[in-house]
Design a protein around this ligand. Structure first.
Ligand SMILES: C[S@@+](CC[C@H](N)C(=O)[O-])C[C@H]1O[C@@H](n2cnc3c(N)ncnc32)[C@H](O)[C@@H]1O
Length: 171
């Protein structure tokens, strides 16, 4: 379990939540819409890997997905529960490690996998591969939506991930 994330949630410093800004949220909404095209809700099951405070899990649930979220920080999950309650949607939430989903057992057969900011951050190469293996086992036929910063931008964090690293890490 990452001490860094525990501390960041404890002190309320969660800058990645600014991704929910309308300009970016609209683009993310377009990605969701692509998966929903030509169908009516309910759209199916989605697993949010590193769901944090549930911003995108709640958005998906609001749109008509049955959403399960996994994160290893208890405070993040408490915030996700509150967010779901305020939005009057249901989420299945599990405290666990995305590199060892089997231990948490959040279910299987998901149609949509989401990783917004987890894979590209502090996971080592081995942990990335483990996340890929575990997520593939839980959802072999799912569409994966993964948001990562490209390598080469300024600053040490997040670690970032190239397309090649994402493809390699998800095998
Ligand atoms: C940058 S935040 C993004 C949170 C959320 N997806 C969002 O967009 O608001 C990354 C999240 O991944 C979680 N995380 C990182 N490594 C993890 C791991 N190995 N297992 C479970 N959660 C993890 C962190 O606790 C954090 O909530």
């Amino acid at each position: 379990m990452s001490l860094a994330y525990r501390i960041l949630y404890a002190i309320g410093f969660t800058p990645w939540e600014q991704m929910a800004h309308p300009a970016i949220a609209n683009q993310i909404g377009d990605l969701f819409a692509r998966e929903e095209e030509g169908r009516e809700p309910p759209y199916g099951t989605a697993l949010d890997l590193g769901c944090g405070s549930g911003i995108w899990a709640v958005e998906l649930a609001r749109r008509g997905w049955q959403v399960t979220g996994v994160d290893f920080v208890a405070k993040a999950l408490r915030r996700a529960r509150d967010r779901a309650k305020q939005s009057d949607v249901e989420l299945r939430l599990f405290q666990g490690d995305v590199t060892d989903l089997r231990s948490t057992d959040p279910g299987s057969g998901f149609q949509l996998l989401l990783d917004f900011g987890c894979f590209h951050d502090e996971l080592s190469d081995e942990q990335r591969k483990a996340e890929g293996r575990e997520a593939t086992a839980a959802a072999p036929d799912a569409t994966l939506l993964l948001i990562a910063w490209k390598p080469g931008r300024r600053g040490p964090l997040p670690r970032r991930a190239s397309s090649e690293e994402i493809q390699g890490g998800s095998r």
